[in-house]
Design a protein around this ligand. Structure first.
Ligand code: UT7
Length: 340
């Protein structure tokens, strides 16, 4: 018998403003930039994405996703004793988006007539770009396994629309905004029950330049370029191999094989990367959760968004095993094998 972190509930939220590829073609035309629905669909699989309106921040998206996850887990925010938010588009330089979420959860709890919210529990952000949710899950799982916490709220929340360069068609068509959340709970069993079975995370800082937002806040202004830069082909080539190796390492740690995976829940960046990873793991696309066509790439939010979508659609069933995996700026990458 040992302690496992089981997913007790999932939730997600997309800001209401939805832009189809046709909407984006029209928006980019205002910048004198040409793109087409055909190019975007053929190269990426993306058909639409959501953008947060001005004034709606990562913590606002995180709040809605968290409330849905808490409801699904049949608990309140006061029952949570750890909050981790994975984001690269935080509300502020500091404090962390996790503490802002904690305040909003506390206000929501009090407004709903509950005696208290999660004020007092540790709350912090994880910054690993598109691998952020995999990193955050791994950290929360480790803290649950040591007995430091019993229940963790783990969120991926992004407003990437704020850091897109609408003069750069090679990147701005790819990304969207959104949030996803899970409630992780400690449970004891012999390995046959639900929970995170293994995880595997990595980084290689030699590749910081191929995917970055190089600007920063300094001396009362923005120093450097605050918009997203990506060498798409370099990222693509690295991503395919790294995702395969992380998934295989997580399987090996859990003593499992590809045949034990019921569902692949990959980072939703590009349908071609997902197809390639599925092939390498000997899985058909009917076992891959795909939401990229509707959400675009929502960075740290993409895996929990896809997970929640699959749970609520009845695809992922209790007892089934899912491989979650992601890759992103840094370079960072990783995989988490979890039984629902
Ligand atoms: O979340 C972090 C992980 N990020 C990723 O996984 C992204 C990985 N990379 C990719 O998904 C792909 O590399 C992209 C979707 C970004 C690009 O696809 P590609 O097949 O690698 O295209 P490319 O960069 O080789 O560009 C091919 C052509 C170029 O034109 P020429 O030079 O062949 O005449 C581009 O200028 O497509 C052109 N192009 C576009 N055309 C219309 C690039 N972007 C666009 C566009 N609309 N939006």
């Amino acid at each position: 018998m040992r302690t496992y972190s089981r997913i007790a509930g999932t939730g997600s939220f997309l800001p209401p403003r939805r832009l189809t590829n046709a909407d984006l073609v029209a928006l980019l035309a205002q910048h004198g930039v040409e793109t087409t629905d055909e190019w975007i669909v053929e190269r990426t699989g993306i058909r639409a994405r959501h953008y947060a309106d001005d004034g709606m921040n990562a913590s606002d998206l995180a709040l809605q996703a968290s409330l849905a996850a808490l409801q699904a887990a049949d608990c309140t925010a006061a029952d949570v004793d750890l909050i981790i938010v994975a984001t690269s588009t935080p509300d502020m330089v500091f404090p962390s988006t996790a503490t802002i979420l904690q305040r909003k959860l506390t206000e929501a709890a009090l407004a709903a007539g509950q005696a208290r919210g999660p004020a007092g529990c540790p709350a912090f952000d994880v910054q690993a770009v598109c691998s952020g949710f995999i990193y955050a899950l791994t950290v929360a799982d480790a803290m649950i396994q040591t007995g430091a916490v019993r229940r963790a709220l783990v969120v991926g929340a992004e407003v990437f629309s704020r850091i897109l360069d609408f003069n750069d068609r090679t990147t701005c068509v790819l990304f969207g905004d959104g949030a996803g959340a899970v409630v992780l709970e400690a449970t004891q069993h012999d390995g046959s029950g639900p929970g995170i079975l293994a995880s595997d995370i990595h980084a290689d800082g030699r590749h910081t330049d191929i995917l970055c937002v190089p600007g920063t806040v300094s001396g009362g202004g923005v120093l450097g370029d605050p918009l997203l830069k990506m060498d798409g082909q370099a990222v693509f080539k690295l991503a395919v191999g790294l995702l395969e190796s992380a998934a295989k390492a997580a399987l090996a740690k859990a003593g499992k094989t590809e045949a034990d995976i019921d569902w692949l829940v990959p980072h939703q960046a590009n349908i071609r990367i997902m197809q390639s990873t599925a092939r390498k793991l000997k899985m058909g696309m009917d076992k891959v959760v795909v939401t990229v066509h509707e959400h675009g790439n929502t960075s740290a939010a993409s895996i929990p968004l896809a997970l929640d979508h699959a749970v609520r659609a009845g695809q992922l069933q209790p007892g089934q095993t899912a491989m979650l995996e992601g890759v992103g700026g840094g370079f960072t990458w990783g995989a988490v094998l979890v039984r629902l």
